[in-house]
Every structure is written in structure tokens, then in C-alpha cells.
Design a protein around this ligand. Structure first.
Ligand SMILES: Cc1cc2nc3c(=O)[nH]c(=O)nc-3n(C[C@H](O)[C@H](O)[C@H](O)COP(=O)(O)OP(=O)(O)OC[C@H]3O[C@@H](n4cnc5c(N)ncnc54)[C@H](O)[C@@H]3O)c2cc1C
Length: 448
């Protein structure tokens, strides 16, 4: 295959599998670069609409790094309607609630009821799941629909005018449109920006990710309640927080332990990560520390937030960015992958509405406009939590806690400093329908 031109398509037949929808008037050949959560979700969304889709993934084996991930209803609803949820249904946990706790003693300072409220209000449960199970579900649905996923295919250059992507072993893939879902270190972003990348910025936050086998927690009453309450539990305090929940059908306890860290990641020593992590949380709730003491392995990650870039579309309009390549964000709203799923939904929707290939550039621009508004808004909301959760004890912390107290005490409230509970924020985050919003935006472009 080296050096040959390969049309980036796998099949000329629209998919016939479950959940298929009527094909749009124009069927496109689409190449997706990157087989992460965003790339695969986009492939599913497009293939359902009849487009021919090939995904190129650089890794020799498909998979996901890290353990747990939250699937909030704004992406869960899409995954349900695309027939993806059926592939992870027996693997997810449906937490009953989310509680924010005081760093020192674990007392509740904020409370959001998730079950049944989120299903009742937003159509599907709030899920937490092992990333590997989520990724496998997307891959299974994509291949069931006839998406061609090709591993060992690292794209090293583009000719955006064609558009064409070239892999490091010299294969060239052409398509009507290339979607770069190649993550925060995107190679395509530079091409889209005309040769000069605007790199994402380090945020001064870092996170340890770890899991504990829940069988080690079941017999200790100080910590076994974390398994039986079926909730997300998050401890917040000065410059640090810990987010926890069960995954893998309840067999693993997932933890993301975040702290402010402005040091250079190249100086981080993996061999001392477990001890360093424990040191950050010395003096915090003894029950949290009991769980932390069970962690034997951890990896420290710098948390990155994409810069707001002027465009996600290459000059030819035939190469577009999607997911973390366009809008990486700190994980403090648990929405990064959800935004990539929404991007895929929006792009599939608008590309399936065009009546001529000539309208592809208008469609890409409509996608960019709608998705920039949404994802950069979510990026900001995520950074706000990075401030709110990390106050030192004092007037700001007390004001924050007072703003969340009604939900803990079961009193009615019309606003909250907890973004999971605040009614306006909640509706904006979880009530957003990416397909419907894209359809509305497109209607304004074409004057309907
Ligand atoms: C600690 C932490 C917790 C998080 N928690 C949540 C959460 O609870 N909920 C949520 O929604 N989000 C969460 N996120 C965010 C989420 O993980 C990301 O937003 C999401 O994974 C981005 O998906 P993506 O497909 O855009 O990029 P990636 O996952 O980075 O995938 C990019 C893919 O492209 C491939 N690739 C890269 N370059 C090339 C190339 N040149 N050629 C071919 N292939 C290439 C890579 O190998 C990879 O498979 C969290 C993030 C972190 C760090």
C-alpha cells in the first residue's frame, strides 16, 4: 500500500444495522484521523447517516488510557439513540447521587441527586464507566455499522487542499472531508491554522489517576460505605480535590486526585508518584486517606486546556478539527469526551442536511460556529470549578458552601454554587441537544 492513493472509504452501501436512519441527500467519503472516544463516536454518527467512513488510528492496539469516565446525559442521550449504549449497558454504573465533601472530615457540603432525577429530566441516566468499556462499545457499534477502523496508521502530514492524509509508512488517503480527532497534541491543528500551531496551555493543574480493587474496601466500615451508597464522592479543599466513583460493574473504585502544580511535567518522577500523591492529601479526611493508602500504582497527568483558536477549519474547508484537538479542557465539569461526542453529532447532522457537495464548506462553518460557542463555554465552566473547589478555608470558601447548603439540607433553591445542581447551569449542560441545536443553526444559514 505504501505510496499508493487510497480512497478513505470502506463500503459503498449505507448501513443496515439497528438504529439506522434515512440517509442524507449527499453521501460523503469521510476520513477520521484518531480512533479515540471522539473519533469513534463521530464515525458512528456519520455512518448511521449513510456516509462512508474510515478511521485511522496510530496505535497498534485500540484502547484508552486511564480508568473511569463519566458519561453525562447530554452525550448519553446521543449514544442511546445511536445504538451504542446497548454495548455498554451491563458495564456501566448508574450512581444515585453526587456529594461534594469538606476536605477535613468528609462532611457533605453539596449534593446532587442523579437517580432518578437525571433520567426523569434529561432522558437517560448519568453513567460512570471504565474507559476501556466505553471505547469498546463505540468500536463495536462502529464496526457493526460498517466503519473501517485501521490501526497502525499514524498520519504524519496532510494536503488539506485535496484533502489527503499521509501515514508514516507512506499510504495516502483521500476523502471528501477529513476530520481530525487526533487529541490535544493534534498534528492537524497546525495545518488548519495555516502552518503555525496555537498550542494548548498548561493550566497549573495536575491529576493523579488511580483505581482500587473494591474487594479491598468491603470489609472496612470506614470506607465500605463508599461502595454501598452508589454515589460519586468528591472531597474539595485548598488547592486540591479528589473525585471518586465505582466503575467496571462496581469492581473498581476510580479516583482522580487533582492539585495545583506549576512545575514542569518533564521533571516529574514516576517512581515517587504514589508517595507524592499521598503527601498531597496528608491531613485530609482519614477515610479518604484509608482509600489512598490502598493505591499501589498511579500516573500523574498535566491538565491541559486548549487555547481559544480562531478557526477549526483548514483554508480549503475540507479538513476540520473535532474533540480535544479543538477544545481540550480541564476535567472539572467531566465533559471533555461528551463535547467530542456532541461535536460528532453536530457534524453528522449538518453534513447530512446539505443537498450538494458545494455546501460542505457552509456546513463546516456552521458546525464550527455552533460547537465553538458550546465547547468554549464548557471549557470556561470547567475552569470555574477549578477556582471554586480550591478555596482555602476562609470567607470565599464559606460563601461557596453557603451557596450549596440548601441542596444538602433538602431546602428548595433556585441557584447553587455547585454547577451540577444549579438549575440554569444544569439545563445548559445536560439539556443541550447537539443534533437539534445544529439543525436550528443550519436553518439560519440556509435561510429557513
Ligand atoms: C483526568 C481526566 C478525567 C476526565 N474525565 C472525563 C469525564 O469524566 N467525562 C468526559 O466526558 N471527559 C473526561 N475527560 C476528558 C476526555 O478524556 C477527553 O476529552 C477525550 O478523551 C478526548 O477524546 P478525543 O477523541 O478528542 O481525543 P483522544 O482521546 O486524545 O484521542 C485521540 C486519538 O487519536 C490518535 N492519534 C493522535 N494523533 C494521531 C495521528 N497523527 N494519526 C493517527 N492517530 C492519531 C490517538 O492515538 C488517540 O487514539 C477527562 C480527562 C482527564 C485527563
Amino acid at each position: 500500500m505504501n505510496g499508493t492513493k487510497t480512497n478513505g472509504t470502506s463500503s459503498t452501501q449505507p448501513p443496515q444495522a439497528n438504529g439506522n436512519v434515512p440517509a442524507g441527500p449527499v453521501l460523503l467519503n469521510i476520513l477520521v484521523v484518531g480512533g479515540g472516544l471522539g473519533g469513534l463516536a463521530t464515525a458512528v454518527a456519520l455512518r448511521r447517516k449513510g456516509h462512508n467512513v474510515t478511521v485511522l488510528e496510530q496505535a497498534p492496539v485500540l484502547g484508552e488510557v486511564g480508568a473511569g469516565i463519566q458519561i453525562p446525559p447530554n452525550s448519553g442521550r446521543l449514544l442511546e439513540s445511536w445504538g451504542v449504549s446497548a454495548f455498554f449497558e451491563d458495564k456501566v454504573v448508574r450512581p444515585k447521587d453526587m456529594t461534594f465533601r469538606r476536605w477535613e472530615d468528609g462532611s457533605a457540603i453539596a449534593y446532587t441527586k442523579l437517580r432518578p432525577d437525571f433520567s426523569d429530566n434529561y432522558g437517560v441516566p448519568y453513567y460512570v464507566v471504565h474507559r476501556a468499556d466505553f471505547h469498546k462499545a463505540l468500536h463495536s457499534r462502529a464496526t457493526q455499522l460498517g466503519v473501517n477502523v485501521t490501526i497502525n496508521s499514524r498520519v504524519v502530514s496532510y494536503d488539506e487542499a485535496v484533502p489527503m492524509a499521509r501515514t508514516e509508512d507512506g499510504r495516502e488517503f483521500t476523502a471528501d472531508l477529513i476530520i481530525a480527532a487526533d487529541g490535544v497534541k493534534s498534528t492537524a491543528r497546525r495545518v488548519v491554522l495555516g502552518g503555525e500551531d496555537i498550542a494548548p496551555v498548561t493550566t497549573g493543574f495536575a491529576a493523579y489517576r488511580a483505581v482500587v480493587d473494591t474487594s479491598l474496601m468491603r470489609n472496612d466500615e470506614d470506607i465500605s460505605w463508599l461502595l454501598t451508597t452508589e454515589g460519586l464522592n468528591n472531597w474539595i479543599g485548598e488547592d486540591r480535590h479528589v473525585m471518586t466513583y465505582c466503575i467496571a460493574g462496581g469492581s473498581l473504585f476510580n479516583m482522580v486526585l487533582s492539585h495545583i502544580d506549576r512545575s514542569d511535567p518533564s521533571t516529574w518522577d514516576p517512581s515517587t508518584a504514589v508517595q507524592d500523591m499521598r503527601r498531597y492529601f496528608e491531613g485530609w479526611d482519614y477515610r479518604l486517606n484509608k482509600v489512598i493508602s490502598l493505591v499501589t500504582k498511579t500516573v500523574k497527568w498535566p491538565l491541559i486546556s486548549a487555547s481559544t483558536i480562531p478557526t477549526w477549519i483548514a483554508p480549503s474547508k475540507k479538513l476540520v478539527l473535532l474533540g480535544d484537538s479543538a477544545h481540550a479542557m480541564v476535567p472539572y465539569m467531566s465533559q471533555g469526551a461528551a463535547m467530542a461526542v456532541e461535536d460528532g453529532a453536530a457534524l453528522a447532522e449538518v453534513l447530512s442536511s446539505i443537498t450538494s457537495k458545494r455546501d460542505m464548506s457552509k456546513a463546516s462553518q456552521a458546525y464550527e460556529k455552533e460547537r465553538m460557542k458550546r465547547s468554549y463555554g464548557m471549557q470556561t465552566a470547567s475552569l470555574v470549578n477549578g477556582k471554586l473547589w480550591h478555596f482555602a478555608d476562609g470567607p470565599e470558601q464559606r460563601a461557596r458552601d453557603a451557596g450549596m447548603s440548601a441542596e444538602v439540607e433538602g431546602r428548595p433553591f433556585v441557584e447553587s454554587t455547585n454547577q451540577w445542581s444549579d438549575p440554569t447551569t444544569q439545563l445548559w449542560v445536560y439539556g443541550y441537544d447537539a443534533e437539534e441545536e445544529m439543525t436550528k443553526s443550519w436553518a439560519t444559514v440556509i435561510g429557513h
